[in-house]
Write a protein that binds this ligand. Structure first.
Ligand SMILES: *[C@@H]1O[C@H](CO)[C@@H](O)[C@H](O)[C@H]1NC(C)=O
Ligand SMILES: *[C@@H]1O[C@H](CO)[C@@H](O)[C@H](O)[C@H]1NC(C)=O
Ligand SMILES: *[C@@H]1O[C@H](CO)[C@@H](O)[C@H](O)[C@H]1NC(C)=O
Ligand SMILES: *[C@@H]1O[C@H](CO)[C@@H](O)[C@H](O)[C@H]1NC(C)=O
Ligand SMILES: *[C@@H]1O[C@H](CO)[C@@H](O)[C@H](O)[C@H]1NC(C)=O
Ligand SMILES: *[C@@H]1O[C@H](CO)[C@@H](O)[C@H](O)[C@H]1NC(C)=O
Ligand SMILES: *[C@@H]1O[C@H](CO)[C@@H](O)[C@H](O)[C@H]1NC(C)=O
Ligand SMILES: *[C@@H]1O[C@H](CO)[C@@H](O)[C@H](O)[C@H]1NC(C)=O
Ligand SMILES: *[C@@H]1O[C@H](CO)[C@@H](O)[C@H](O)[C@H]1NC(C)=O
Length: 552
């Protein structure tokens, strides 16, 4: 019943009798509400003779097509993702109207914004094609858009704890927390939010405007890939709808949906097949980030505890409330949790995320390069037009052995994946500028780090491999990678020289990456029975080869 509340408030003419709960009464705090559309038992019949489709009506008017755009090569300046409309940008509790953008402090829960040029250490580089070069091919790897929390998330547990407390007599919230008395938990789980759909649609439109010209090189329909989870399929379709338009996307390309589940190989969700991605080894991310949370939340717990009775706030609750700010904002457009926290507390929360990814899904975890290596092998296969024949990683041999499901000669490749896999792939590819700060400490913020998850794996994150010809011709000579609109140095890859535009000669890149792939021992890192060395000084996502014998 509660779930109809908001519908009733916007449709006052619907005189449906419904007991109206006392607004503001604390016994509703933290209760879960939900709603699904369309109304029960209402389904569209397609085709419906009452509503013939546009082809049946057939009065389209003139339909000349213009030429393709190629803004990445022709625009004088790069247009950037610099807003998250229609999300409200909250103030912090300490500084109203400051430049500080809370939306960009949420790590993997932030919406994607274009990174500053120097995010990864190349302040003079632009994603625009360097003077004198041409572009021959792109490899896009993107994350899904903004979603609800994953199942059993901290915010849902916080709501349950709060709601449970209202059963007793002593619960009340006041001051900055007063909204909790009437707060209900409105979030679903796992699937995209409307804003998340917008992000991927916009990514598709943006990709057409930047790279549309490359469509001229296709002699068959594109084959693009995603995985089978609802939000992954939804994201891929939104991208295609933005790229091709909703009238024609279904007939303009093929979507290959790889199964994301235990027992199935796919490089876009390799954790299901890697034992050490699901045990104490992967738990390191939450162990290390919890150490930091236990420190930074102490003053926050003390401050906010003054405004709540009947609940003892913990470090976990503070994290849950900071996450609730992010999740409610990307789902509902705003959140009362956001301005509970200071600028400093948001920076501390961001660092919490960076630790979680560094030690759980990045350079500091020994089973992470192994998870990213399969996609790197597929990249080499595409760049060299050579089929993979040795299957000893998460590569799905059935999919990549077929011209139909894994064509090698596309001008535009598009793969959809997850936050933790983008971070695994940049680790597998030895993008060492991201890890050059060394192991992240858990007792204070490492200020000069480039491992900032907001810059690497936000909602709608995208990494573009640009294959270039310098000087411009149809023969590719160079490659570089652009992560959320900032160019990444390739100097971690043997043979790639320092370059202010992030370019590496294609042949050097291929042999350097092949060498790196050879360094990664998928079977050992994913399946051997080891404990992570302490202190954990790993910076390249592999179990240290020198310590292997001690483990066996
Ligand atoms: C929906 O249809 C089913 C089967 O016809 C029926 O049992 C059910 O009561 C209907 N529900 C509503 C809300 O009308
Ligand atoms: C629910 O509240 C009771 C006391 O009112 C407490 O003993 C119990 O641990 C609480 N459960 C949860 C899940 O918070
Ligand atoms: C490879 O992918 C196909 C299609 O998703 C699936 O049917 C097959 O089981 C996969 N193979 C392995 C070994 O995971
Ligand atoms: C994880 O570590 C804990 C304690 O260190 C141990 O009790 C537990 O059995 C381990 N679990 C696995 C799956 O190895
Ligand atoms: C909060 O902590 C105090 C002190 O440890 C304890 O007496 C009280 O029962 C706790 N309250 C709740 C709701 O758990
Ligand atoms: C699936 O992955 C495993 C490695 O985990 C590999 O040994 C196996 O050959 C792969 N199977 C196929 C059909 O791709
Ligand atoms: C795949 O395509 C290549 C190049 O077009 C062709 O040489 C090869 O025979 C094809 N392989 C299969 C199995 O169709
Ligand atoms: C990858 O980076 C490490 C430094 O973290 C370096 O020692 C190694 O040689 C690099 N591998 C390749 C193949 O470039
Ligand atoms: C891993 O090694 C530990 C200690 O040597 C042992 O207790 C445990 O059973 C092993 N686990 C597996 C899955 O082999």
């Amino acid at each position: 019943m509660l779930d109809k509340l908001c519908l009733l408030s916007v449709l006052p003419l619907l005189a449906i009798a419904s007991p109206s709960p006392p607004r503001g009464a604390s016994n509703f705090a933290g209760s879960t509400t939900s709603f699904a559309f369309p109304p029960p038992n209402v389904t569209a019949t397609i085709p419906d003779p009452n509503f013939p489709d546009a082809t049946a009506v057939n009065f389209f008017g003139p339909t000349p097509t213009g030429d393709e755009a190629a803004a990445i090569a022709t625009a004088p300046v790069l247009a950037q993702v610099d807003s998250a409309f229609p999300l409200s940008r909250p103030d912090t509790s300490d500084k109203k109207g400051s430049k500080f953008n809370v939306l960009r402090q949420w790590g993997n829960l932030s919406p994607m914004f274009s990174n500053d040029a120097d995010a990864f250490g190349l302040p003079d580089a632009s994603p625009l094609i360097p003077e004198g070069c041409g572009i021959t091919q792109v490899h896009l790897l993107h994350r899904h858009g903004a979603r609800y929390p994953t199942s059993g998330s901290a915010p849902s547990q916080f709501a349950a704890k709060l709601h449970n407390a209202t059963a007793g007599a002593g619960f009340s919230a006041s001051g900055p927390l007063e909204f909790l008395n009437a707060w209900t938990y409105k979030l679903g789980a796992e699937i995209l939010t409307p804003f998340g759909r917008e992000q991927l649609y916009n990514l598709g439109v943006g990709f057409r405007v930047r790279y549309g010209e490359l469509l001229k090189g296709f002699d068959d329909l594109p084959v693009w890939r995603t995985t089978s989870e609802e939000r992954m399929v939804d994201s891929a379709l939104q991208f295609a709808a933005g790229f091709f338009g909703v009238q024609s996307y279904q007939t303009s390309y093929h979507e290959l949906i790889e199964i994301e589940a235990q027992g199935f190989n796919t490089t876009l969700a390799p954790y299901d097949q890697c034992a050490n991605a699901n045990n104490n080894v992967s738990a390191l991310g939450s162990i290390m980030s919890s150490k930091w949370a236990a420190i930074y939340t102490v003053p926050t717990v003390k401050r906010l505890s003054k405004s709540i009775k009947g609940v003892n706030l913990t470090a976990t609750d503070i994290i849950a409330m900071q996450q609730a700010c992010a999740y409610e904002t990307v789902a509902l457009g705003f959140s009362s949790f956001c301005n509970l926290f200071t600028e400093e507390e948001w920076e501390q929360f961001e660092y919490f995320n960076d630790l979680s990814f560094w030690y759980g899904n990045g350079p500091g975890n020994p089973a992470v390069a192994a998870q990213g290596v399969g996609w790197a092998q597929e990249l080499i296969s595409r760049l060299t037009q050579t089929r993979i024949t040795n299957f000893d990683t998460s590569v799905n041999g059935t999919i990549v052995s077929s011209n139909t499901t894994f064509p090698l000669n596309q001008p535009i490749f598009v793969d959809a994946t997850h936050d933790t896999i983008i971070s695994a792939i940049v680790t597998a590819m030895n993008f060492t500028s991201l890890s050059k700060s060394g192991p992240l400490p858990t007792d204070h913020i490492q200020k000069d780090r480039q491992w900032i998850v907001t810059h690497i794996s936000p909602f709608g994150s995208n990494m573009v491999g640009q294959v270039l010809s310098c000087p411009a011709s149809d023969k590719p000579t160079h490659i570089r990678f652009v992560l959320n609109d900032a160019v990444v140095p390739l100097t971690g890859i043997k043979g790639c020289k320092a370059d202010k535009n992030g370019l590496c000669e294609l042949s050097s890149f291929i042999s350097g990456l092949q060498q790196r792939i050879g360094e990664i021992d998928y079977q050992f890192d994913c399946f051997a029975n080891y404990t992570v060395p302490t202190p954990d000084n790993i910076v390249d996502g592999r179990f240290p080869p020198a310590l292997r014998n001690a483990t066996a």
